[in-house]
Design a binder for this molecule. Structure first.
Ligand code: SF4
Length: 293
C-alpha cells in the first residue's frame, strides 16, 4: 500500500516561541545558569534540551538566587515584574510581542473604566498575566462561549487569549453585543494560531488520519487536536515513540500538523518513523523536505 504523508502548510514553531527559544539559547551561552519562571515553552523535549544547556525552570522566585530570569513567551503577571525589580535579578524578557499587545489592551480598557472580559483558560499563564493588568477591577474569565452567563456589564471590553479559536471568540462577541450598549472588542487571537488552526482543519478534511504533534500541556496543540478530531481520526502525540503501527492499517493519506511550540526535529522524526515502517517515500533531513498540503 502506497502511503501519502502531508504536512499542514503552517505547522510547528511560531514566531514568538522561536524568539523565546533563541533568547534562552543565547542567554545560556552568556551565563552559567539562567532560570525561567515555569517552562519556557509547553514542549517537554525542548525544555529538557535547554535544561542541559543551563536554562532551568523554577516554580517561584524564591528558587532563583542571583540568576538572571527569563520571562517566557506567555508573559508573567504584573506583580511578578515588580517583585523581580525589587529582587534586582537581571530580567530577560522573552514575552511574545502579541502577548504584550494583549496586556496593553487590558491595561488601557481597565484604566478607561471598562469591565474586561477574557475569553481564555483561567489557569493558563498567559491569562493570569493578562488578568493582572486589569488593576482596578479583576477581569471576568471564561473558556467557552456557554460559560458566559447573564448580561455583560454595560461598558465592557472583550479580548481573547492569543491561542483560542476564532469561531469561539466570534460567538462570544455576538452574544455580548446583544446586551451590551458599549462594547470594545480586541481581537487578540494571534495570526499564527488562527493560521495553524485553519490549515489543520483543511488538511484533516482530506486525509484518513491526522497526527497532531506537540506538548500534552500545550493549549494551542490541544486546540489543533480538538479541531482536527472533528474531521478525521486524530492522535495527539509528543514524540515518534508514542505512535502505534496499527493506527495506520488501511490508511493511505496521513496528515501531520504541529502546535506552535513543536520544534522541526520532532516533526521530521515522526515523518521518518512512518517511512521506516511503510517505505515508499524518501526520508526527510529537514522539515522543508516534507511535502506540504
Ligand atoms: S502563538 Fe502567537 S502569541 Fe503565542 S507565542 Fe506564538 S506568535 Fe506569540
Amino acid at each position: 500500500m502506497a502511503i501519502q504523508i502531508l504536512l499542514a502548510r503552517h505547522a510547528g514553531f511560531c514566531f514568538g516561541v522561536k524568539r523565546a527559544v533563541k533568547i534562552a539559547t543565547q542567554s545560556s551561552a552568556l551565563h552559567k545558569e539562567v532560570n525561567t519562571l515555569g517552562q519556557i515553552i509547553h514542549n517537554p523535549q525542548v525544555v529538557e534540551d535547554l535544561i542541559s544547556k543551563g536554562v532551568k525552570p523554577i516554580n517561584n522566585l524564591d528558587e532563583c538566587g542571583d540568576n538572571p530570569i527569563i520571562i517566557r513567551s506567555h508573559g508573567v503577571p504584573f506583580e511578578t515584574y515588580n517583585k523581580l525589580e525589587q529582587l534586582g535579578n537581571e530580567i530577560i524578557d522573552a514575552t511574545c510581542p502579541f502577548v504584550l499587545r494583549a496586556q496593553d489592551k487590558v491595561a488601557k480598557a481597565d484604566k478607561m473604566g471598562y469591565q474586561v472580559y477574557i475569553y481564555g483558560d483561567a489557569d493558563h499563564p498567559e491569562v493570569l498575566s493578562l488578568n493582572s493588568f486589569a488593576i482596578n477591577k479583576p477581569a471576568i474569565v471564561f473558556s467557552t462561549p456557554n460559560e458566559l452567563k447573564g448580561k455583560p456589564v454595560s461598558r465592557s471590553a472583550v479580548i481573547s487569549q492569543t491561542t483560542k479559536d476564532l469561531a469561539g471568540f466570534k460567538a462570544v462577541v455576538c452574544r455580548m453585543v446583544e446586551d451590551c450598549p458599549e462594547l470594545l472588542v480586541f481581537n487578540t487571537i494571534c495570526t499564527a494560531t488562527a493560521i495553524r488552526q485553519r490549515h489543520t482543519v483543511e488538511l484533516a478534511q482530506e486525509v484518513d488520519l491526522m497526527l497532531i504533534i506537540g506538548g500534552k500541556n500545550s493549549s494551542n496543540t490541544k486546540m489543533l487536536a480538538k479541531l482536527s478530531s472533528e474531521h478525521a481520526e486524530t492522535y495527539h502525540i509528543e514524540t515518534a515513540d508514542e505512535m502505534k503501527k496499527e493506527w495506520f492499517a488501511k490508511k493511505e493519506k496521513i496528515g501531520i500538523s504541529a502546535g506552535a511550540s513543536t520544534p522541526d526535529n520532532i516533526i521530521v522524526a515522526i515523518y521518518n518513523r512512518i517511512i521506516d515502517w511503510f517505505g515508499g517515500l524518501t526520508k526527510a533531513v529537514n522539515v522543508a523536505d516534507i511535502p506540504v498540503h
